[in-house]
Design a protein around this ligand. Sequence first.
Ligand code: ADP
Ligand code: ASP
Ligand code: MG
Length: 433
Amino acid sequence: MKRLNFFNIQESLNAIILTMPILVQKFGGTSVQDAVCIKRVAKIATDAQKAGYQVVVVVSAMGDTTDNLIDLARDVTSKPDPREYDLLLSTGEQISIPLVAMAIHFLGARAISQTGLQVGIMTEDRHGKARITEIKTSKLKKYLSEENIVVVAGFQGISESTGEITTLGRGGSDTTAVALAVALGAERCDIYTDVEGVFTTDPVIVKDASRLKTISYEEMLELASLGAGVLHPRSVEIAKNYNMPMRVRSSFKPQDDGTLVKGVKEMELNNPVSGVALDESQARIAIVGVPDKPGIAAKVFESLAKKNISVDMIVQSTSKDGINEIAFTVDKETIDDATKVTKEIAKDIGATGVTAETNIAKVSIVGAGMIGRPGIAAAMFKALADSSVNIQMISTSEIKVSCVIEAKDGDKAVKAIHKVFELDKLNKEKQKI
Ligand code: ADP
Ligand code: ASP
Ligand code: MG
């Protein structure tokens, strides 16, 4: 008979721990804004461990730390060097991870904090908006097998080719969490934030917005990409690609279920409209007096692409007397570069002028159930018209309709659209449209 010695016991314990499911919990800035909040986070993480999970915690920078670091950089220079900027911004998360680990120690559990560099969160060689390419899991698994709660810094990684610190774009800690959940084969990724889940629109703008019990990856990806800041779009994209369930919930009411973001079964009934999003980060450029001939659009957008400027909506007016107008939207941050490039091309193609407008907002509706229902877009336009909101541009896809409007009309537009689709009653009764 095999004798049970210390090593056998340790091996058996390790084997048990390794079969325990993994849970990734992510806490945003407000959830770690002060010592009281950090202690609350420690309690949520240790409770999950007691419930039988191996726990990985991903944290953002405390409160407004990232904004303050950005302001500091701008006080020093108007054009910060991208490498130095990433190194600066990554320090925010480095403050919160040891504090969370210490708070977990105080509760009598084991924890170890890890920066992106220490874990091995590998990214592309691109500062400010790098995409994660690989996550090394051996160290994480070792720490988990030693019963640690591993506290990982969100939003940061290291470039695979240069070894430099990179960041993933504002709100990128969500993406760190989902990528870790996928790499570790976690059961779920819980995103703890300052609201109780995903709502039919930003509950700060519309007080009676409804919390969605579930939402499909597709709809959530559209909402996040169209400005619903509650989740980083890339995190939803990764969750969708790997079928990783995400739950958005409040760190202030951890007992509530929040919203489950998941795949949908074919036969499930979809809402015509699940949500309204507002994006105030875009600007509009128009090229006027454009000669109407083949190859012009290709020239314009090739030149912008070469400068790495992403274009979102594009509208070309119908030609009148051989002349038309091309208007498009870009990220506000790239407006100066985009205008410069566009002016050069305008000259090249014989257009008469270029205008740039930063005072715009994009309001969108998203719903998987709008497919094949032409009345939905019309109802949105009517709601805007009834509120005297002028539409400057329109774009549609299967599950969304977006309108560019004047920035000052943003909140008014969201409220009017939310009302016309009776989204305050969603989950309580069926939508009428
Ligand atoms: P965190 O710091 O936890 O990542 P964020 O500020 O990034 O938090 O995201 C949460 C915020 O997202 C909420 O406070 C809310 O104002 C905003 N938000 C925008 N659209 C929505 C929506 N549809 N549902 C829920 N929250 C939303
Ligand atoms: N701290 C970063 C930001 O404020 C990342 C995040 O919070 O997700 O954007
Ligand atoms: Mg966020």
